[in-house]
Design a protein around this ligand. Structure first.
Ligand SMILES: [Zn+2]
Length: 318
């Protein structure tokens, strides 16, 4: 569908590790593209063991500065091909310390790769709910060091069953004290309380947040605080949260007045592109180009760009 491919787009929620280009990986590993795809693409929706092994394989490939740089540059190339004009890329820096890299090496190499492209990007550093406090704190510290030098925020990801966001409060207080903005993966599963916690901890955007649909109060809070959701439609199907696209609450969230943005999450693992997401949203929910432009304006408004950059970029979506 050429009209969606040529449409300008913003992606605020895309993990580098889950979005490796299979042809590039084939060159790195000298395995065939088919073989690489077998290891990187989720075979069956909801198969979380397979999801974990694909992510592990991706992480195992990204243990040198050269690979991180190459992977980041390649992702920008892929995004540019489908007319992404701005992206906030996520990186789980602690997943790349298996050999001899430090957090600083990992962040610097990734930023170098991103800077090789003319695509406007920023980097979000991912903490995990199951990481030790000190490790997460050191991710905030490295984010602070590179803030306004390519890094724009930290994220909290990981299984909500591993620990509650409330128990991690000290980390969020610390991030705020050093001036590092926070986005949080919350309310992917379970109920809406996880989203309430993320909001009370100062999340500027909510990753997924689809379970907001279960609570009128949570949706009202999202609206009152002007916090948008980073919707990743195919990712929610791939991980088995919804059995069918038509069951996804995106349209109901919008009808309730909640702000949403469209994102890919893990392009390769979930076998999607941002263009595919637009095509699916048109197919299942009849979203139009006007709707997509509106969602992209929301994305820009709630991005970590400067006010001047936001004003310039917004002109592309009128
Ligand atoms: Zn994510």
């Amino acid at each position: 569908m050429k009209k969606y491919e040529s449409l300008k787009k913003v992606d605020l929620h895309c993990h580098l590790e889950g979005s490796l280009n299979p042809v590039k990986v084939s060159k790195w590993t000298r395995k065939s593209v088919d073989e690489v795809e077998n290891m990187l693409i989720l075979g069956k929706a909801g198969d979380m063991e397979n999801h974990e092994s694909a992510m592990k394989y991706a992480n195992s490939l990204l243990q040198t500065k050269a690979r991180l740089k190459d992977a980041a540059a390649e992702l920008c190339k892929d995004m540019k091909l489908e007319n992404v004009v701005y992206a906030e890329i996520r990186l789980d820096p602690a997943a790349h310390l298996e050999k001899d890299l430090t957090l600083k090496d990992v962040v610097e190499a990734t930023l170098e790769g991103l800077a090789m492209s003319t695509l406007k990007t920023k980097l979000i550093l991912v903490m995990k709910r199951n990481y030790e406090f000190e490790l997460n704190k050191s991710i905030i510290d490295i984010a602070k060091k590179y803030l306004k030098k390519g890094v724009c925020a930290v994220d909290m990801a990981g299984d909500f069953e591993d620990c509650s966001l409330k128990s991690l409060k000290e980390l969020f207080v610390y991030a705020e004290s050093v001036g590092v903005p926070v986005v949080i993966h919350a309310g992917c599963e379970g109920d809406a309380k996880d989203i309430d916690s993320a909001l009370s901890l100062g999340a500027r955007r909510i990753g997924h947040g689809i379970k907001a649909i279960k609570s009128f109060e949570t949706m009202e809070k999202l609206k009152k605080l002007h916090v948008p959701l980073e919707i990743c439609l195919t990712s929610n199907i791939a991980t088995g949260i919804y059995g069918k696209y038509s069951e996804h609450p995106i349209a109901r969230l919008i009808d309730s007045g909640v702000m949403v943005t469209i994102n890919t999450d893990n392009r390769t693992i979930n076998k999607t592109t941002i263009t595919d997401e637009y095509i699916l949203l048109n197919k299942y929910f009849s979203f139009t180009i006007k709707d997509f432009n509106e969602m992209n304006r929301v994305a820009i408004e709630h991005s970590f760009l400067s006010d001047k950059e936001k004003a310039e970029l917004s002109k592309e979506f009128i």
